[in-house]
Design a binder for this molecule. Structure first.
Ligand SMILES: [Zn+2]
Length: 190
């Protein structure tokens, strides 16, 4: 690629980025006066760099509140930035209020912990149990887990089910035979 071509590619990329930022800034200006900050996954002053649902600092996609397939328009009152994982889970219905109820009912509370907490919840372990797993054991178990190549803009990621497996496997392998026996007896005694 020649210098001119490279320069043109760079300009094109910048135009794309600016366009991306413009719709997002407009969405922030619009929604920040209509939606309470405590009902979403991030503060309004970080709404340009975080997913509005999980609150994680990830590349976000332009998501349509009323989906295009149901006639949703490509204009600010119908747009929200979500990461690829949240985009996959959002409600696709002809009811604009559904998205805010969905976010309000379950969103990130502490920065960048939402998906780890989801994995932990799915594993059935408590926070106290997870805290007892040695970091070395977690790392060893993680080395047996693979990344999921999701939607293009989502990048590589561990799915919730993978994280749940990592937690439960690391926990099981951390327990001694005696602890397993006790846990089984306690369960059977229920
Ligand atoms: Zn998200």
């Amino acid at each position: 690629m020649g210098t001119e071509q490279r320069e043109e590619a760079r300009k094109k990329r910048r135009r794309r980025t600016d366009k991306h930022k413009a719709w997002r800034q407009e969405a922030i200006a619009y929604w920040s006066t209509r939606v309470c900050e405590s009902d979403i996954g991030c503060d309004w002053n970080e709404a340009d760099i975080r997913c509005w649902r999980c609150g994680c600092m990830r590349e976000c996609q332009k998501c349509h509140i009323i989906p295009r397939s149901l006639g949703g328009l490509d204009f600010t009152p119908n747009l929200i930035p979500l990461c690829a994982m949240c985009h996959d889970e959002m409600p696709n219905v002809l009811d604009a209020s559904a998205i805010w109820l969905w976010i309000k009912s379950d969103h990130g509370v502490m920065h960048d912990t939402y998906w780890v907490m989801r994995g932990m919840k799915e594993s059935g372990l408590t926070l106290k149990q997870v805290a007892r797993i040695k970091p070395r054991k977690l790392n060893q178990t993680l080395s047996r887990a693979g990344f999921h190549f999701g939607q293009n803009a989502g990048g590589i990621r561990l799915t919730t089910a993978t994280l749940a497996w990592v937690f439960s496997t690391a926990w099981k392998e951390s327990m001694t035979k005696k602890q397993i026996l006790n846990a089984t007896e306690a369960r059977d005694g229920d």
